[in-house]
Design a protein around this ligand. Structure first.
Ligand code: ADP
Ligand code: ADP
Ligand code: ZN
Length: 227
């Protein structure tokens, strides 16, 4: 069975998490079988912070101010996540700079077989739209993402899927958002160039309804026999 890798890429607020989650649910297999696994470094870091682990305490200040946490930390999270049994992996928020990309490619070299595929999906959204979206974002610890206007939960403040209480991210504030966008444009550009040059980049217009984007992604990945 091939082990394909799908990497979501795009500015904060572009809908990477939303689409990664939808795709992971779609490609998931019944329990007992190893389905696709989603690896969201942001979710993993927030879980460490919530659990007050040593790693969590060390990274809190970076997330709060919208800076990237030191590469060795997210690279370690990525390495550990890739040890899970899975039919394939969906990355959300990793790699985010050239050094992380290099580390991932080195690992994939030993992990992947000849016919396994790696594809990057760029969810393209303007900075203006990002700012509109992030103010009304609500998150669940289970990975589900909501928006008070565009994708509200059925019951106010409660996750549709796991019924936990939703929370607002403390980095979804105008000043921190502006900094995260700057980091994205600076550090992310070489990655886009890399995927493009390799012929591995799938570009999606992220300014469409959530469902439409999901369908477009599924169609393109099916066409390429990635899923
Ligand atoms: P968004 O895509 O909305 O910026 P994420 O949940 O992906 O949100 O990331 C939130 C924060 O977590 C980032 O601003 C950064 O501090 C940290 N982070 C997540 N992924 C990485 C990564 N690959 N490298 C470094 N820092 C990361
Ligand atoms: P990212 O992981 O790229 O930071 P999210 O998936 O968390 O982005 O989405 C950011 C916010 O925008 C969330 O509140 C989400 O519900 C909302 N959102 C995601 N995709 C769309 C879309 N296509 N149209 C409108 N809102 C969206
Ligand atoms: Zn939930």
């Amino acid at each position: 069975m091939p082990k394909n890798i799908i990497i979501f890429f795009g500015p904060p607020g572009s809908g990477k998490g939303t689409q990664a989650e939808l795709l992971a649910r779609k490609t998931g297999l019944p329990t007992g079988q190893a389905g696709w696994k989603k690896i969201s470094t942001g979710d993993l870091l927030r879980a460490e912070i919530a659990a007050k682990t040593t790693l969590g305490k060390n990274v809190e200040k970076y997330l709060k101010t919208g800076k990237l946490v030191p590469d060795q930390m997210t690279i370690k999270l990525m390495e550990n996540s890739l040890k899970q049994k899975a039919a394939g992996f969906i990355f959300d928020g990793f790699p985010r700079n050239s050094r992380q990309l290099k580390a991932l490619l080195a690992i994939l070299e030993s992990l992947l077989k000849k016919n396994d595929q790696v594809r990057a999906i760029e969810v393209a959204v303007s900075d203006k739209e990002v700012k509109e979206r992030l103010g009304l974002r609500r998150m669940c610890a289970c990975g589900a993402v909501y928006h008070l206007k565009y994708n509200p939960p059925i019951a106010e403040g409660i996750c549709d899927i796991c019924h936990q209480e939703l929370f607002t991210r403390n980095d979804d504030k105008p000043k921190v958002i502006a900094h995260r966008l700057k980091v994205y444009h600076q550090d992310g550009k070489p990655l886009l160039d890399y995927w493009q040059k390799q012929g591995k980049l799938i570009k999606i217009n992220g300014e469409q309804p959530i469902k439409k984007i999901h369908e477009e992604i599924v169609e393109k990945l099916r066409g390429l026999k990635v899923i």
